[in-house]
Design a protein around this ligand. Structure first.
Ligand code: MN
Length: 152
């Protein structure tokens, strides 16, 4: 079984195995593509018993070199990580929610004072070390950048 052997070799070399998403890391993340008034991606990380959330106006980057704006939004309950479907007209966020990526992550460095969250993602689309960095506050609202680190 060549393909099985190949996978085992990759596992032991410490690189990301194929079919990541079911891998290590015990906290859940989800990215929901939200086709609301304005299309955006909701990045949610399980931290402190809730899903900390950021709205990312452009598609999240799969490769290093692309930085995305990420605007903090309301914490959601952990169950919301499974949500896909329609939010009815008249309700906040009315539109369609699709799970764009989902998996687990391991915190690498979390510094809330500085606004710095570095974590290793094990998703189907996003895998590798990612950073969420608070950059500035505009009109009382914090702005963060979300990007993949150059060296995993
Ligand atoms: Mn949203």
């Amino acid at each position: 079984m060549k393909s099985g052997q190949y996978r085992n070799e990759r596992d032991s070399s410490g690189t990301t195995p194929e079919g990541a998403g079911k891998s290590s890391g015990d906290s859940v993340f989800v990215i929901q593509e939200h086709d609301s008034k304005k299309l955006h991606w909701d990045l949610r990380l399980e931290m402190g018993g809730v899903l900390r959330s950021w709205a990312v106006p452009k598609e999240p980057p799969t490769e290093p070199g692309v930085k995305r704006l990420a605007i903090p939004t309301t914490d959601h309950s952990l169950e919301y990580a499974d949500f896909e479907g329609e939010i009815p007209d008249g309700q906040y966020g009315a539109g369609t929610v699709r799970i764009w990526d989902r998996g687990t992550f391991e915190p690498v460095e979390v510094d809330d004072e500085k606004g710095k969250i570095i974590f290793r993602m094990y998703g189907r689309r996003l895998s590798g070390v990612y950073c969420l960095i608070r950059t500035k506050t505009r009109g009382g609202k914090a702005q963060w950048l979300f990007f993949r680190k150059k060296v995993d």
